[in-house]
Write a protein that binds this ligand. Sequence first.
Ligand SMILES: [Fe+2]
Length: 352
Amino acid sequence: MTEIADYKQAFIRNNWYAAAWRREIDTRPLARTILGERLALFPTKEGGIGALKDQCPHRLAPLSMGECIDGGLRCGYHGLLFNASGACINVPGQDFIPTTAKVKSYPVRERLGLVWVWMGDAEPDESRLPSIPQHGEPGWALLQDGYQHHAANYRIEIENLMDPAHTTYLHKQTIGNPAAKDVPVQVERNERSISAFRWMERTPPSPFDKQSRDFGDGLVDRMVSFSFELPGVSFVEVCSMPTGLDKTEDNKNLGLRTLSYKFLTPEDERHTHFFWLHLRNHRLDDTAYEQQLRAGLEKTYVEDNQVASAIQIEQERCGKRQFTGLKIDHAPTMALRLLDTMIADEQATAVA
Ligand SMILES: [Fe+2]
């Protein structure tokens, strides 16, 4: 039995977290809370993005209530102007700028159409920014700008995303496959990631697959792979390919392949920012299909949030996370154990 008190407030800080889609930051500052810290994101005059603590050091007014002007972010209360480094560069009504007139700034990068913020005190590690080889490549269509606000601790979300078994029951209308419940899951662990996958040989295509291609009465070999790069990147690959072929990359591309990414950013201990994007190798220019696909994915993630947020409430009500263990918990449990190890390592390093 696991107590929920064990994991409250436990976040990995030295990490790039998805903070916003780039298109969300236009001419107005954007307020976003990450790991319980309130940030103001704003466009810089150089065309980049600044991320500051959302609190003017004068009267603590949220800087996100101000405006993007004069090359910085100007507080909406008394007009103090801050640059992307958090330095105050103008105080209306006086020439002298107090040394205490400064605000915490966060390192920012742009990648995959998203704005990423480094939340820790250690030097930002560029190698830890997510990359997707197929992103922007010919032969792949991209669905992006996906966002949902989920009312659950990110650990509940990790368990959900590392758990192929739930799709049979929770997502009957979309990605669920009735055959899935009987198929074993193989699990692999790497330094910062866990993968769970399975091949289902000679199985009926899913409802999604049938919408995408006419398989007739035929069967497919279908792979579902769930990976999680801790603490926040989920990657789900689904491939339905002709039966009987070797499982090479080229042969997989003969079938229907989808690559589904979710970027989880803890807002606080009870809420998670859920960014998503989706790549596919079929029906590349089919707008109607794309709308249908987006709606189906949104529905799937709404279903996940419905159960995750209900679990969050129930865990808080009784103070427990789980009363029994099952075989299907293998991958989610490995993921959370690895997360705990990473958090402990980071905290030990910070103390040393
Ligand atoms: Fe799900």
